[in-house]
Ligand binder design. Structure first.
Ligand SMILES: [Zn+2]
Length: 269
C-alpha cells in the first residue's frame, strides 16, 4: 500500500470548495523512517492506495512528491501544444518536466550544471538553457519560445528570489507563473508591477496535494508512464539513513542524486 503523508477533513470551507490541499484540519503523518508505521484512520480511509503486484514499492513511494507536481501542473492550466519553461532541475523540477511532457506540453528546462542538461532531456525537456553558459538567461529562454513571445506557463522550482523574478520575465502576455519553490519565510522579491498589470499575468503558488492529484500521480507511476526508474539514483537500508542525511548536508552541490529509496527490510543489491 501507499499511505499518503496527509488526509484532508472534507468538511471545512476549503475542502468543500475542492481545495483539500488547503484544508484547515489537514492531518499529517510525518516521519516514515521505520520498519512499521501506524497510519491514522483518516489517511487509511481517504488517502491510501493499493500497489499492484507488478509495480515496485520504491516507485509507488514517489506518489507524494509527484502529486505535488501534478497539482502544480493542473493549477497552471497548461494544455497540449503549450510551451512551458521549468526553472530548476532538482527532483521536483524534473517531475514537473515529465508530467508536462506526458501531457503533450513542450518543455524548456532552465538548469545550472552540465549533467542536468542530459537529465532534463531524459525527463522530457525539448530544449535546455544552462544558466552558467548564458549572460542573459531570461533572453535565452524567451528566444526558444514561438516568436520569442515567452512561455505560456513558467514553473519556478528553485526557491530563490532571483529565479522568482526570472519566472515573471520569461512568461508571455496573458501567461501563468507558478512559484512552486518556496523560499525561506520572510523572503521578499521585487516584481515589475507594470509588467504584471499590462502583461495580464497570472501568478500562482501551488501548495501540497489533494486526494485527486495523489490518484493521478499514482496512475502515472503504476501505468509506467512516469520515469520512476530514472528518478531512483540510490538505494539504502534503514540503518544507512543517518549517514545519507549527513552526506546530503555536506555535499557541495555537485551531486547527481535525484531520489534515494530506503528499504526497511534491506536492499536487494
Ligand atoms: Zn478540510
Amino acid at each position: 500500500m501507499v499511505p499518503l503523508n496527509s488526509a484532508p477533513c472534507d468538511a471545512c470551507y476549503f475542502c468543500q470548495r475542492g481545495q483539500q490541499n488547503l484544508c484547515e484540519d489537514l492531518l499529517f503523518n510525518n516521519g516514515a523512517y521505520a520498519e512499521y508505521l501506524r497510519i491514522p484512520a483518516r489517511i487509511v480511509e481517504k488517502n491510501m492506495l493499493l500497489v499492484p503486484a507488478e509495480v515496485p514499492l520504491e516507485y509507488a513511494a514517489m506518489t507524494e512528491p509527484l502529486a505535488w507536481a501534478v497539482l502544480g501542473f493542473e493549477e497552471s492550466g497548461a494544455r497540449a501544444g503549450d510551451w512551458m519553461i521549468v526553472i530548476g532541475a532538482g527532483p521536483i523540477g524534473l517531475m514537473f518536466m515529465n508530467v508536462a511532457a506526458l501531457a503533450g506540453v513542450h518543455v524548456i528546462a532552465v538548469v545550472k550544471r552540465d549533467d542536468q542538461i542530459a537529465t532534463a532531456k531524459l525527463f522530457g525537456a525539448e530544449q535546455v538553457v544552462q544558466t552558467t553558459a548564458e549572460a542573459e538567461v531570461v533572453a535565452a529562454a524567451r528566444r526558444l519560445t514561438p516568436d520569442g513571445r515567452g512561455a505560456d506557463v513558467v514553473i519556478e522550482a528553485v526557491a530563490t528570489p532571483a529565479t522568482w523574478e526570472w519566472a515573471v520575465d520569461m512568461v508571455r502576455k496573458g501567461g501563468v507563473v507558478n512559484f512552486f519553490g518556496g523560499p525561506p519565510s520572510g523572503t521578499k522579491v521585487a516584481l515589475d508591477t507594470n509588467r504584471l498589470h499590462y502583461g495580464d499575468i497570472t501568478l500562482k503558488a501551488s501548495f501540497h496535494h489533494t486526494p485527486a492529484t495523489c490518484r493521478t500521480a499514482f496512475g502515472l507511476i503504476a501505468s509506467g508512464r512516469f520515469k520512476s526508474a530514472e528518478c531512483i539514483t540510490g538505494k539504502v537500508e534503514l540503518g544507512e539513513v543517518p549517514a545519507l542525511f549527513q552526506q546530503m548536508l555536506t555535499r557541495s552541490g555537485g551531486s547527481r542524486e535525484i531520489k534515494t529509496a530506503v528499504f526497511p527490510g534491506g536492499v536487494a543489491r
